[in-house]
Write a protein that binds this ligand. Structure first.
Ligand SMILES: Nc1nc2c(ncn2[C@@H]2O[C@H](COP(=O)(O)OP(=O)(O)OP(=O)(O)O)[C@@H](O)[C@H]2O)c(=O)[nH]1
Ligand SMILES: [Mg+2]
Length: 427
């Protein structure tokens, strides 16, 4: 869809079950409309069906589906997008009744990702997710649309061909998985080679929450920050542009969304790995969004799935410059577990920097040492594990002021010029 020059006309469909409210169905369809806009389509109509339970064959019921068919013809729409996941059979049945292509939210998100992927890794991840999504849907593809489909790539798809297709897809899937493993190994090696004493801060959160804008504010960088869903697909990292107690690297990541296709989450693990291994995770939340609570919950779920412990997460309520604020933490409380700011105007960024600084220092101590010349090897070690602020040499040795991680303090305790010895014993 994204490659079409003419904007495709799309009808969107939601289903209200007894336990869902109309208002939230509308908001979900608003988001779906935004996704379609991102994918390059225009929504010409939206339909909300109400049922006690989804229909097994057609999700919304065959009567409603026929209505959809008439509407599609009237509006000259060429695509119907369902907000809920459809089974392969449901999608086929619906296409037969409606007479145009029917996809679900997952397929739409995959399409957007496919159109956005730039790096080799992102492309590989998206292709993998798409193939896994399509594999169970290969059966009888096109057959029911023969009347109107036709054309290259749609002719003569018999069962034998289907078996061949399946085998090709499976082979490609394992090839892609192999490639991703290779990328991941290379990254681990690089990480090790960097020796990484740097403190890493990952920005994660719902799509459009303002991660890339905050990334730019913290790094002076030029990440693409726009009012589109899934603007960022690759993890991007850059040094913080502010004086920090330790060398600080900020990492921008791909956004989350409600009902993210399962396959996509799995294949994007390697990109999210940057966040998983970060020293500090900033969960960016759009405080001006009416669905703030749901978006925060989605973020929390993903962080939990990724195995990121709560202690490493700070919630950042962004966009406080707007007139609407649907939620923001009470001032003061929380002991550095959340803060609010505007990445756009810069208001509150100082507070966030202070939180990051405290976290950086928390794992060690700033000390002054004098390392005698004959212990030169220790000076080299110090540079490896510590953050050295000042260093001057005289004939006896080198006087250093540095932040040293707690795990290494015992090595340097004997050279302390401050009251390090006492403090180290206490802790
Ligand atoms: N008013 C206001 N708008 C903001 C603020 N921060 C970001 N935005 C806007 O929100 C939109 C999305 O910002 P991005 O930084 O691209 O969001 P993101 O979280 O990186 O989004 P994805 O990469 O798509 O997941 C842009 O139009 C930004 O200008 C803010 O503090 N205040
Ligand atoms: Mg972004």
């Amino acid at each position: 869809m994204s490659s079409n020059k003419v904007r495709e006309k799309v009808i969107i469909v939601g289903l209200i079950l007894p336990d869902r409210f109309r208002a939230s169905a509308d908001e979900h369809l608003d988001e779906l409309e935004q996704l379609i806009d991102t994918a390059g389509g225009t929504v010409v109509a939206r339909i909300v069906a109400r049922r006690p339970a989804p229909d097994a064959a057609t999700w919304i019921g065959s009567g409603k589906a026929e209505e959809l068919g008439q509407m599609a013809a009237r509006e000259k729409a060429s695509l119907v997008v369902f907000d809920d996941d459809l089974s392969p059979a449901q999608a086929r049945n619906l296409e037969t009744i409606i007479g145009i292509r029917v996809i679900d939210r997952s397929a739409l998100i995959l399409d957007i990702f496919a159109g956005r992927a730039r790096s080799r890794e992102a492309k590989t991840q998206v292709e993998l997710a798409q193939l896994e999504y399509r594999l169970p849907r290969l059966a009888g593809q096109w057959k029911h649309l023969e009347r109107q489909a036709g054309g290259i790539g749609t002719r003569g798809v018999g069962e034998t061909q289907l078996e061949i297709d399946r085998r090709i897809v499976r082979r490609r899937i394992s090839q892609l998985m192999g490639e991703l493993e290779k990328v991941e190994r290379t990254r681990q090696t690089q990480r090790k080679a960097r020796g990484d004493s740097a403190f890493t801060v990952a920005l994660v959160g719902y799509t459009n929450a303002g991660k890339s804008t905050l990334f730019n504010a913290l790094t002076g960088g030029e990440a693409w920050a726009v009012d589109k869903l899934f603007a960022t697909l690759d993890a991007k990292s850059q040094r913080a542009a502010f004086p920090m107690p330790r060398r600080t690297v900020i990492i921008d990541t791909v956004g989350f969304i409600r009902k993210l296709p399962h396959d996509l989450v799995a294949s994007f693990r390697s990109t999210m790995e940057e966040a998983v291994t970060a020293d500090l995770v900033l969960h960016v939340i759009d405080s001006s969004h009416p669905q703030l609570e749901e978006q925060r919950a989605v973020g929390e779920d993903v962080l939990r799935d990724l195995g990121i412990p709560e202690e490493r997460v700070v919630e950042v309520y962004n966009k406080i410059d707007g007139t609407t604020a649907f939620g923001r933490p009470a001032a003061g409380g929380g002991a550095g577990r959340h803060t609010s700011l505007s990445a756009l105007t810069g208001e509150g960024v100082d507070r966030l920097l202070q939180i990051i600084r405290e976290r950086e220092l928390a794992g060690g101590d700033v000390v002054e040492l004098e390392i005698p010349n004959e212990d030169g090897r220790l000076l080299a070690l110090l540079h490896q594990v510590a953050e050295v602020y000042e260093e001057r040499s005289d004939d006896r040795g080198t006087v250093v002021r540095a932040w040293i991680p707690r795990s290494s303090l015992h090595v340097f305790v004997q050279f302390s010029l401050s009251n390090l010895q006492k403090r180290a014993k206490v802790s």
